[in-house]
Design a protein around this ligand. Structure first.
Ligand SMILES: [Zn+2]
Ligand SMILES: [Zn+2]
Length: 244
């Protein structure tokens, strides 16, 4: 199984990075985790065939994680996609998708599609099987607009990928990430404590409880990016490919 960081940036393009979008592929799986506003150009830049993507898992409804869906869906329509596609995310995903599509491309949510689009609502701490992918969502803490906010523990092809989504530290991150083969954690700041986001120093104090086999930091702000090259932890870069 492989994961490519198609985009690992924050909402504001810090470091010139694309918004969050990870592409996971294996023998029987092909899916995206999050699809931020800039994800379609980022997918194209990486030469990723969108037709083969079966599933998009969305962690929350902020534009840098969710805002790429109208572009992805219209691109699928215009490139005559026929393969079914599943979108899965927090409560309200269907309504939020319609709203963002109408805001960006009027009437686009009502157009008939050649492909079957299935929308699945994921419930916290309830495992869902989506094709060959098993997803357990955990509620995370990321403010009061753009939610509900989920982090995902994803099992596929005998491996576990855990992704915090955007969140401040909360105890749900322990079962979410425990012993994961790959734990992807947002890390907006180095040591600054702010609401709604994690910093590296806080995360480090909890790593002995989480015990991930591999940790990669994503969603870094300018403060973290300025320290790249001096950190003892692995950090994501746009286009980076990881074997799991
Ligand atoms: Zn974000
Ligand atoms: Zn967010």
């Amino acid at each position: 199984m492989q994961l490519r960081f198609v985009g690992c940036g924050d909402a504001f393009g810090s470091g010139g990075r694309y918004n969050t979008c990870f592409h996971v592929t294996g023998e029987a799986i092909n899916f995206l985790i999050d699809c931020g506003a800039s994800s379609l150009p980022a997918l194209k830049r990486n030469g990723i065939n969108r037709e083969n993507i079966d599933l998009v898992l969305v962690t929350h409804f902020h534009g840098d994680h969710f805002g790429g869906l109208p572009f992805l869906l219209l691109d699928a329509q215009f490139t005559r996609r026929t393969r079914p596609l599943t979108l899965a995310g927090p409560e309200g995903i269907e309504r939020r998708l319609e709203q963002v599509m109408e805001a960006l491309f009027e009437n686009s949510s009502k157009r008939e599609r050649r492909f079957d689009l299935q929308i699945v609502t994921l419930k916290p701490e309830t495992t869902a099987s989506l094709g060959a992918v098993k997803v357990t969502p955990f509620p995370v803490v990321h403010g009061d607009s753009g939610g509900p906010f989920l982090g995902y523990r994803i099992e596929a092809e005998g491996r576990v990928i855990a992704y915090t989504g955007d969140t401040e530290w909360n105890e749900a991150l322990v079962p979410l990430g425990r012993d994961a083969d790959l734990f992807i954690s947002e890390c907006y700041f180095y040591d600054r404590q702010v609401k709604n986001h994690l910093n590296l120093k806080t995360l480090e104090t909890h790593l002995p409880e989480i015990r991930p086999k591999r940790l990669i930091l994503t969603h870094m702000g300018e403060d973290m990016l300025a320290k790249l090259g001096t950190l003892s932890v692995e950090t994501a870069a746009d286009g980076m490919l990881v074997e799991i």
